[in-house]
Design a protein around this ligand. Structure first.
Ligand code: HEC
Ligand code: HEC
Length: 497
């Protein structure tokens, strides 16, 4: 079982010695590059998951408006949370926390580690996924897929057929969903009590009331006309939409969502070393990363870890749901009192209990903590969990101490976290017994684990690591701030992000 890998390693050494010679004539055995090339060919990879899509640049006027909205706390019911509270470009498009903290933060402008909530536990039940490359999802948004393209057309991001959202029943189209999955998704964070709405805003209203009130606040009309005195939103919307309509018809929540979607579509970061390699630059990866790639793609029977059976294609996801029993350390979504049943919440299909959407692995060097509840801070721990979930959970510290967010600054992992995680493990065990799990138990040598982690790091676009490169996605002091409510984020040391 391990022979192939050893042969491949031998070939790597030879390759280094022969300076780019791709094949080892003798016995027909391939070098690492040739073996990897075969995997790439067999899977039909191009290296570029964005190919063929129409995506706006950040200079697009609608994306610019979207950026101003994304950073405005005026979209929070109590004006203390913005989209960027949990999705900052310098925090990998997420918040660098295991579990997000939205409304009621001790310091609303402090993002990342050190962001606190006065209570003992974070209130948001899940980890904030990255907004980077969200334009590339064609089937589902949210970790449980509750925003769903009904037609699932490849390359369409939900355009072209109806979109189901949590406002309507499973399987039906939401007539108000908007143009694509991202526009549909952007209708929901503002309605979540823990994320942006707060407990008192439109307390007796429904989702539509919340959205209407926010649009009226920004537009300065209706019952909310006095909430943002002196706001310049009308000028900003007119410029972005190229329209001279009045606020009542231009500053609607549908248009707010469309602009937020455009900003997020502009956050497409796919220029990874891996892409360069697939497109022919064999020097874009080092030998360890190439070996890691082989471990990633090959099935366990061939000495690999079988990662690509779920993290498939150029976007490194099958856009499907699997239970891999990552620790459930949060307060849960209220399933069976305080658990989180993942996709099962939406479908009620028993096999989907505890199943979450396979994440993309692009930019994974900056998108941690990992898993739906952010249970692991490091890629290595995440990989080890995949290889042997039972051992990883047995070794997990459900008290304090394992995660940065719970490092003794007062916040605690949810008391029933262990029981919830064990329930997911039992479910995984049963699925394995009936042949319904695609997650194998894999034994890898330490150097193969190291290689796998090195490969994962090569899936990151260098731009997202570079403040200079990211500047265009972060409003600077000279950028318009239409309502004076911009969240100028700082880290725990008070430095601007
Ligand atoms: C309090 C933190 C918080 C705030 C504020 C917030 N989000 Fe999120 N966001 C999350 C979390 C947590 C999830 C995952 C929730 C789930 O899947 O159940 C998420 C999911 C998403 C997703 C889905 C990504 C994917 O891979 O499917 C997008 C897109 C997104 N948010 C955009 C936004 C926008 C736009 C706003 C502002 C209107 C916003 N978020 C405000 C925490 C936040
Ligand atoms: C059975 C399908 C499956 C296989 C096989 C699989 N994964 Fe995953 N992976 C998932 C799912 C599902 C998640 C998200 C789990 C959650 O949210 O709790 C995930 C999460 C991850 C994450 C965290 C990403 C993030 O943004 O949170 C990484 C990294 C990862 N996988 C890498 C790998 C590697 C490396 C392998 C091979 C050793 C692998 N996966 C094999 C399904 C799979």
């Amino acid at each position: 079982m391990h022979t192939k890998i050893i042969v491949a390693l031998g070939a790597a050494a030879l390759l280094a010695a022969c300076d780019g010679v791709a094949t080892r004539g003798q016995g027909g055995e391939s070098s690492v590059d040739a073996a990897l090339h075969a995997e790439i060919q067999a899977r039909g990879l191009s290296g570029d998951p964005g190919a063929g899509r129409q995506l706006p640049g950040i200079d697009d006027p609608l994306a610019q408006l979207g950026m101003q909205l994304f950073f405005s706390k005026a979209l929070g019911g109590d004006s203390d949370a913005a989209c960027v509270s949990c999705h900052h470009p310098m925090l990998g498009g997420g918040d660098d926390l295991s579990l997000s903290i939205g409304v009621g933060a001790v310091d609303p402008d402090l993002l990342g580690p050190g962001r606190r909530h006065p209570g003992a536990q974070p209130t948001v039940p899940r980890n904030a996924p990255t907004t980077f490359n969200t334009a590339l999802w064609d089937q589902y948004l949210f970790l449980d897929g509750r925003v769903e393209s009904l037609g699932k057309e490849a390359g369409m991001a939900g355009r072209g057929s109806g979109i189901r959202t949590p406002d309507v029943a499973l399987g039906s189209a939401d007539p108000a969903a908007g143009i694509d999955l991202l526009a549909a998704q952007a209708r929901f964070p503002v309605t979540s009590m823990e994320e942006m709405r707060g407990e008192h805003f439109e307390a007796s209203g429904n989702n539509a009331d919340v959205r209407r009130h926010l649009a009226e606040r920004l537009g300065g009309y209706g019952n909310a006309q006095a909430e943002l005195p002196g706001s310049q939103w009308l000028t900003a919307f007119r410029a972005a939409f190229g329209s001279d309509e009045p606020a009542e018809s231009l500053i609607t929540y549908a248009n707010i969502a469309e602009a937020l979607a455009a900003y997020q579509r502009s956050q497409t970061f796919v220029a990874t070393p891996w892409r360069d390699y697939v497109q022919g630059d064999t020097s874009a990866l080092d030998d360890q990363q190439k070996r890691g790639a082989l471990v990633f793609f090959r099935a366990p029977e061939a000495g690999g870890a079988g990662c690509a059976s779920c993290h498939s294609g150029d976007f490194f996801t099958d856009e499907d749901f699997h239970n891999i029993a990552m620790p459930q350390i949060g307060p849960g979504k209220g399933d069976d009192v305080d658990g989180d049943f993942g996709r099962y919440r939406e479908t009620g299909i028993a096999a989907e209990r505890f199943a979450f959407r396979t994440p993309t692995l692009l930019n994974v060097a900056v998108t941690g903590p990992f898993g739906h509840a952010g249970a692991y801070d490091s890629l290595r721990e995440t990989v080890l969990h995949h290889l042997d979930a039972h051992s990883a959970v047995a070794a997990f510290h459900f008290g304090l101490g394992q995660l940065d967010q719970f490092d003794g600054n007062g916040e605690q992992i949810y008391p029933r976290a262990r029981a919830h995680t064990e329930a997911a493990l039992d479910h995984l065990q049963a699925a394995r017994g009936s042949g319904d799990s695609r997650l194998p138990v894999v034994t890898l040598a330490t150097r193969d684990v190291d290689a796998l982690v090195a490969f994962l790091e090569a899936l990151t676009d260098p731009c997202v690591l570079d403040r200079q490169c990211m500047t265009a996605w972060i409003p600077g002091d000279a950028s318009p701030d239409p309502d004076g409510q911009r969240l100028n984020a700082v880290n725990r040391f008070g430095d601007r992000l």
